[in-house]
Design a protein around this ligand. Structure first.
Ligand SMILES: [Zn+2]
Ligand SMILES: [Zn+2]
Length: 345
Protein backbone atom coordinates (compact mmCIF):
# COMPACT_ATOMS: atom_id res chain seq x y z
CA UNK A 1 0.00 0.00 0.00
CA UNK A 2 1.34 3.47 -0.90
CA UNK A 3 2.39 5.70 2.00
CA UNK A 4 0.01 8.65 2.51
CA UNK A 5 1.37 11.95 1.13
CA UNK A 6 0.55 13.84 4.30
CA UNK A 7 -0.05 13.12 7.97
CA UNK A 8 -1.77 15.05 10.72
CA UNK A 9 0.46 15.78 13.72
CA UNK A 10 -0.38 15.96 17.43
CA UNK A 11 -1.54 19.60 17.01
CA UNK A 12 -3.82 18.83 14.05
CA UNK A 13 -1.37 20.37 11.55
CA UNK A 14 -0.79 18.78 8.16
CA UNK A 15 2.76 17.55 7.64
CA UNK A 16 4.21 16.07 4.46
CA UNK A 17 6.15 12.81 4.17
CA UNK A 18 9.30 14.51 5.42
CA UNK A 19 7.46 15.86 8.45
CA UNK A 20 7.46 19.42 7.07
CA UNK A 21 4.77 21.91 8.06
CA UNK A 22 3.81 24.69 5.67
CA UNK A 23 1.82 27.81 6.34
CA UNK A 24 -0.32 27.33 3.24
CA UNK A 25 0.48 30.81 1.90
CA UNK A 26 3.41 32.10 -0.18
CA UNK A 27 6.38 33.47 1.79
CA UNK A 28 5.97 37.09 2.78
CA UNK A 29 7.97 39.65 0.78
CA UNK A 30 8.12 43.13 2.25
CA UNK A 31 6.56 45.59 -0.21
CA UNK A 32 9.04 48.49 0.02
CA UNK A 33 11.14 47.63 -3.03
CA UNK A 34 8.61 45.44 -4.78
CA UNK A 35 7.32 46.48 -8.21
CA UNK A 36 4.86 47.81 -9.11
CA UNK A 37 4.99 50.11 -6.06
CA UNK A 38 1.91 49.83 -3.90
CA UNK A 39 1.80 52.77 -1.42
CA UNK A 40 -1.16 51.29 0.48
CA UNK A 41 0.70 48.02 1.10
CA UNK A 42 3.86 49.92 2.06
CA UNK A 43 1.94 52.04 4.58
CA UNK A 44 0.30 48.96 6.09
CA UNK A 45 3.63 47.13 6.27
CA UNK A 46 5.34 50.15 7.93
CA UNK A 47 2.72 51.02 10.51
CA UNK A 48 0.66 47.85 10.86
CA UNK A 49 0.96 45.57 13.88
CA UNK A 50 2.80 43.37 13.19
CA UNK A 51 4.73 45.50 10.70
CA UNK A 52 8.18 46.94 10.14
CA UNK A 53 8.13 49.19 13.19
CA UNK A 54 6.26 46.90 15.60
CA UNK A 55 7.29 44.67 17.19
CA UNK A 56 10.81 43.71 16.08
CA UNK A 57 12.27 47.09 15.05
CA UNK A 58 11.00 48.61 18.31
CA UNK A 59 12.43 45.75 20.36
CA UNK A 60 15.81 46.31 18.70
CA UNK A 61 15.62 50.05 19.41
CA UNK A 62 15.15 49.32 23.11
CA UNK A 63 18.07 46.85 23.10
CA UNK A 64 20.48 49.21 21.35
CA UNK A 65 19.50 52.21 23.50
CA UNK A 66 20.16 50.25 26.70
CA UNK A 67 23.40 48.86 25.24
CA UNK A 68 24.57 52.34 24.22
CA UNK A 69 23.66 54.15 27.43
CA UNK A 70 24.67 51.55 30.00
CA UNK A 71 26.94 48.96 28.40
CA UNK A 72 29.27 50.89 26.08
CA UNK A 73 32.54 52.34 27.38
CA UNK A 74 33.17 56.11 27.31
CA UNK A 75 34.39 57.28 23.91
CA UNK A 76 37.50 58.84 25.48
CA UNK A 77 38.61 55.39 26.71
CA UNK A 78 38.46 53.94 23.19
CA UNK A 79 41.21 56.01 21.58
CA UNK A 80 43.72 53.20 22.00
CA UNK A 81 43.21 49.47 21.66
CA UNK A 82 43.23 48.28 25.27
CA UNK A 83 42.00 45.02 26.66
CA UNK A 84 39.74 46.65 29.31
CA UNK A 85 37.17 48.44 27.14
CA UNK A 86 37.40 45.83 24.39
CA UNK A 87 36.57 43.10 26.91
CA UNK A 88 33.57 45.14 28.11
CA UNK A 89 32.18 45.26 24.55
CA UNK A 90 32.89 41.55 24.01
CA UNK A 91 31.16 40.71 27.30
CA UNK A 92 28.12 42.85 26.46
CA UNK A 93 27.76 41.13 23.07
CA UNK A 94 28.22 37.70 24.61
CA UNK A 95 25.53 38.41 27.21
CA UNK A 96 23.17 39.78 24.53
CA UNK A 97 23.67 36.73 22.34
CA UNK A 98 23.23 34.34 25.25
CA UNK A 99 20.11 36.09 26.54
CA UNK A 100 18.37 36.49 23.18
CA UNK A 101 19.40 33.41 21.22
CA UNK A 102 19.79 31.24 24.31
CA UNK A 103 16.42 32.43 25.66
CA UNK A 104 14.73 31.63 22.37
CA UNK A 105 16.36 28.19 22.34
CA UNK A 106 15.21 27.45 25.90
CA UNK A 107 11.67 28.60 25.19
CA UNK A 108 11.22 26.79 21.88
CA UNK A 109 13.53 23.81 21.87
CA UNK A 110 14.41 22.89 25.46
CA UNK A 111 11.19 23.69 27.33
CA UNK A 112 9.17 23.18 24.11
CA UNK A 113 6.64 25.78 25.28
CA UNK A 114 4.57 25.51 22.10
CA UNK A 115 5.37 21.93 21.17
CA UNK A 116 5.59 21.69 17.40
CA UNK A 117 2.92 24.31 16.73
CA UNK A 118 4.03 26.22 13.60
CA UNK A 119 7.37 24.41 13.61
CA UNK A 120 8.62 24.06 10.04
CA UNK A 121 10.59 20.86 10.53
CA UNK A 122 9.03 17.95 12.39
CA UNK A 123 12.28 16.99 14.14
CA UNK A 124 14.08 18.46 17.12
CA UNK A 125 17.81 19.28 17.23
CA UNK A 126 20.11 16.35 16.38
CA UNK A 127 21.84 14.38 19.11
CA UNK A 128 24.43 11.61 18.69
CA UNK A 129 25.10 12.82 15.17
CA UNK A 130 28.68 12.68 13.81
CA UNK A 131 27.76 15.52 11.43
CA UNK A 132 28.21 17.99 14.27
CA UNK A 133 31.04 18.94 16.63
CA UNK A 134 30.69 17.06 19.93
CA UNK A 135 28.15 14.82 18.08
CA UNK A 136 25.46 17.28 19.17
CA UNK A 137 23.85 19.95 17.01
CA UNK A 138 23.10 22.41 19.83
CA UNK A 139 26.60 22.16 21.36
CA UNK A 140 28.15 22.58 17.87
CA UNK A 141 25.97 25.62 17.15
CA UNK A 142 26.58 27.28 20.54
CA UNK A 143 30.35 26.72 20.27
CA UNK A 144 30.62 28.28 16.79
CA UNK A 145 28.29 31.17 17.67
CA UNK A 146 30.12 32.12 20.85
CA UNK A 147 33.77 31.28 20.22
CA UNK A 148 33.93 32.56 16.64
CA UNK A 149 30.72 34.56 16.00
CA UNK A 150 30.57 36.79 19.08
CA UNK A 151 34.35 37.34 18.97
CA UNK A 152 34.44 38.49 15.34
CA UNK A 153 31.34 40.64 15.84
CA UNK A 154 33.01 42.32 18.85
CA UNK A 155 36.30 42.82 17.00
CA UNK A 156 34.54 44.66 14.16
CA UNK A 157 32.70 46.78 16.71
CA UNK A 158 35.88 47.61 18.66
CA UNK A 159 37.72 48.72 15.50
CA UNK A 160 34.80 50.97 14.53
CA UNK A 161 34.54 52.48 18.02
CA UNK A 162 38.29 53.15 17.90
CA UNK A 163 37.64 54.95 14.59
CA UNK A 164 34.88 57.10 16.14
CA UNK A 165 37.04 57.87 19.21
CA UNK A 166 39.86 59.09 16.96
CA UNK A 167 37.53 61.00 14.61
CA UNK A 168 38.55 58.83 11.69
CA UNK A 169 34.97 57.87 10.81
CA UNK A 170 32.46 60.00 8.90
CA UNK A 171 30.09 61.19 11.63
CA UNK A 172 26.51 62.41 11.55
CA UNK A 173 24.91 63.61 14.79
CA UNK A 174 21.34 63.30 16.06
CA UNK A 175 20.73 66.99 16.84
CA UNK A 176 22.31 68.48 13.71
CA UNK A 177 20.84 65.91 11.34
CA UNK A 178 17.77 64.22 12.88
CA UNK A 179 16.22 63.24 9.54
CA UNK A 180 19.33 61.38 8.40
CA UNK A 181 19.55 59.76 11.84
CA UNK A 182 15.99 58.39 11.57
CA UNK A 183 16.41 57.44 7.91
CA UNK A 184 19.72 55.73 8.70
CA UNK A 185 18.03 53.56 11.33
CA UNK A 186 15.39 52.60 8.78
CA UNK A 187 18.05 51.82 6.17
CA UNK A 188 20.25 49.63 8.38
CA UNK A 189 18.09 46.46 8.04
CA UNK A 190 17.73 47.06 4.29
CA UNK A 191 21.48 47.49 3.85
CA UNK A 192 22.11 44.38 5.96
CA UNK A 193 19.85 42.28 3.76
CA UNK A 194 21.29 43.69 0.54
CA UNK A 195 24.82 42.92 1.78
CA UNK A 196 23.77 39.45 3.02
CA UNK A 197 22.33 38.47 -0.37
CA UNK A 198 25.60 39.17 -2.22
CA UNK A 199 27.88 37.75 0.47
CA UNK A 200 25.67 34.68 0.60
CA UNK A 201 25.76 34.19 -3.17
CA UNK A 202 29.55 34.41 -2.99
CA UNK A 203 29.60 31.81 -0.21
CA UNK A 204 27.71 29.45 -2.53
CA UNK A 205 30.56 29.64 -5.06
CA UNK A 206 31.81 26.05 -4.92
CA UNK A 207 35.36 26.61 -3.58
CA UNK A 208 33.98 28.75 -0.76
CA UNK A 209 30.97 26.54 -0.15
CA UNK A 210 33.10 23.39 0.15
CA UNK A 211 35.58 24.97 2.57
CA UNK A 212 33.47 27.47 4.50
CA UNK A 213 29.71 27.73 4.04
CA UNK A 214 29.03 23.98 4.28
CA UNK A 215 29.42 24.33 8.07
CA UNK A 216 26.28 26.50 8.23
CA UNK A 217 24.42 24.16 5.88
CA UNK A 218 25.00 21.14 8.09
CA UNK A 219 21.90 22.54 9.79
CA UNK A 220 19.13 21.37 7.48
CA UNK A 221 16.79 21.46 10.43
CA UNK A 222 17.46 24.75 12.19
CA UNK A 223 17.14 26.09 15.72
CA UNK A 224 17.96 29.55 17.16
CA UNK A 225 21.65 28.73 17.72
CA UNK A 226 22.03 27.52 14.10
CA UNK A 227 21.83 31.13 12.89
CA UNK A 228 25.40 31.99 13.80
CA UNK A 229 26.80 28.48 13.45
CA UNK A 230 29.34 29.41 10.78
CA UNK A 231 32.98 28.95 9.84
CA UNK A 232 35.11 31.88 11.17
CA UNK A 233 35.75 33.01 7.57
CA UNK A 234 31.99 33.23 7.05
CA UNK A 235 31.71 35.30 10.24
CA UNK A 236 34.30 37.68 8.77
CA UNK A 237 32.24 38.01 5.58
CA UNK A 238 28.93 38.17 7.42
CA UNK A 239 29.82 40.95 9.88
CA UNK A 240 31.61 42.99 7.18
CA UNK A 241 28.25 44.72 6.65
CA UNK A 242 29.34 46.89 9.62
CA UNK A 243 32.12 48.41 7.49
CA UNK A 244 29.53 50.54 5.65
CA UNK A 245 29.97 53.07 8.47
CA UNK A 246 33.58 53.65 7.37
CA UNK A 247 32.16 55.18 4.19
CA UNK A 248 28.68 56.49 5.01
CA UNK A 249 28.34 59.28 7.61
CA UNK A 250 26.67 57.62 10.57
CA UNK A 251 26.02 58.00 14.26
CA UNK A 252 27.58 55.26 16.43
CA UNK A 253 24.01 54.14 17.21
CA UNK A 254 23.61 53.17 13.54
CA UNK A 255 26.75 51.06 13.81
CA UNK A 256 25.56 49.55 17.10
CA UNK A 257 22.19 48.69 15.56
CA UNK A 258 23.89 47.17 12.51
CA UNK A 259 26.14 45.00 14.70
CA UNK A 260 23.51 43.93 17.22
CA UNK A 261 20.91 43.08 14.59
CA UNK A 262 23.51 41.11 12.63
CA UNK A 263 24.56 39.34 15.84
CA UNK A 264 21.23 38.40 17.37
CA UNK A 265 18.92 38.54 14.31
CA UNK A 266 19.95 35.07 13.09
CA UNK A 267 18.50 33.56 16.28
CA UNK A 268 15.08 34.67 15.09
CA UNK A 269 15.58 33.91 11.41
CA UNK A 270 16.69 30.37 12.27
CA UNK A 271 14.24 29.71 15.09
CA UNK A 272 12.47 27.20 12.85
CA UNK A 273 9.04 28.45 13.95
CA UNK A 274 6.61 30.61 11.95
CA UNK A 275 5.26 32.21 15.13
CA UNK A 276 6.52 32.45 18.68
CA UNK A 277 3.57 31.81 20.94
CA UNK A 278 3.42 33.77 24.17
CA UNK A 279 0.26 32.06 25.41
CA UNK A 280 -2.76 30.29 24.01
CA UNK A 281 -3.94 33.41 22.19
CA UNK A 282 -0.90 35.71 21.78
CA UNK A 283 1.87 35.09 19.30
CA UNK A 284 4.76 37.07 17.84
CA UNK A 285 4.87 36.73 14.08
CA UNK A 286 8.24 35.48 12.91
CA UNK A 287 7.65 34.58 9.25
CA UNK A 288 11.10 33.19 8.41
CA UNK A 289 9.98 30.43 6.11
CA UNK A 290 11.96 31.99 3.28
CA UNK A 291 15.34 31.27 4.90
CA UNK A 292 14.17 27.90 6.20
CA UNK A 293 13.60 26.92 2.55
CA UNK A 294 17.18 27.95 1.80
CA UNK A 295 18.41 25.43 4.36
CA UNK A 296 16.03 22.84 2.90
CA UNK A 297 16.93 23.28 -0.80
CA UNK A 298 20.28 25.17 -0.80
CA UNK A 299 19.91 26.86 -4.20
CA UNK A 300 16.94 29.11 -3.49
CA UNK A 301 16.28 32.16 -1.30
CA UNK A 302 19.78 33.59 -0.83
CA UNK A 303 18.38 36.82 0.58
CA UNK A 304 15.79 37.87 3.09
CA UNK A 305 12.29 39.23 2.65
CA UNK A 306 12.91 43.00 2.68
CA UNK A 307 15.15 43.18 -0.40
CA UNK A 308 13.50 41.13 -3.17
CA UNK A 309 16.74 40.23 -5.00
CA UNK A 310 15.74 36.57 -5.13
CA UNK A 311 12.56 37.55 -6.94
CA UNK A 312 14.48 39.72 -9.41
CA UNK A 313 17.12 37.06 -10.12
CA UNK A 314 14.79 34.05 -10.27
CA UNK A 315 15.91 32.26 -7.10
CA UNK A 316 12.79 32.91 -5.04
CA UNK A 317 11.06 29.79 -3.70
CA UNK A 318 7.84 31.07 -2.18
CA UNK A 319 6.96 27.82 -0.45
CA UNK A 320 4.07 26.89 -2.74
CA UNK A 321 3.68 23.51 -4.52
CA UNK A 322 4.06 25.41 -7.83
CA UNK A 323 7.50 26.63 -6.74
CA UNK A 324 8.41 23.06 -5.70
CA UNK A 325 7.47 21.88 -9.18
CA UNK A 326 9.35 24.73 -10.90
CA UNK A 327 12.61 24.12 -9.03
CA UNK A 328 12.28 20.35 -9.48
CA UNK A 329 12.14 20.94 -13.24
CA UNK A 330 15.10 23.36 -13.11
CA UNK A 331 17.12 20.80 -11.14
CA UNK A 332 16.26 17.95 -13.54
CA UNK A 333 17.23 20.08 -16.55
CA UNK A 334 20.57 20.93 -14.89
CA UNK A 335 21.34 17.26 -14.13
CA UNK A 336 20.45 16.24 -17.70
CA UNK A 337 22.65 19.00 -19.15
CA UNK A 338 25.55 17.87 -16.95
CA UNK A 339 25.07 14.24 -18.01
CA UNK A 340 24.98 15.23 -21.69
CA UNK A 341 28.15 17.27 -21.26
CA UNK A 342 30.07 14.45 -19.54
CA UNK A 343 28.91 11.90 -22.18
CA UNK A 344 30.06 14.11 -25.05
CA UNK A 345 33.51 14.77 -23.54
ZN1 LIG B 1 20.96 30.16 7.56
ZN1 LIG C 1 23.59 29.18 2.08
Amino acid sequence: MARPKTTTDEHGQIRDRRGEWRSGRPVFLEPLLDFPTNPKRIFKWLFGIPGFLFPWFSIFMVIITISYLFFTPELSRMQNFEIGWMAEIALRNLVLLTLCTGGLHLWLCRWKKQGRIKKYNGNWMAKNSPTFLFNDQVKDNVFLSIVSGATIWSLYECVLWWGYANELMPFSGIVNNPIWFALGMFLVPIWRNFHFYWIHRLLHWKPLYDRVHFIHHKNVNVGPWSGMAMHPVEHLFYFSCMLIHVIVPSHPLHMLFNGIQTGIGPGLSHSGFDEIMLGDEKALKNDRYMHYLHHRYHNVNFGESNVPLDKWFGSLHDGTPEADEHFRRVHTAKVQAQQAKSESS
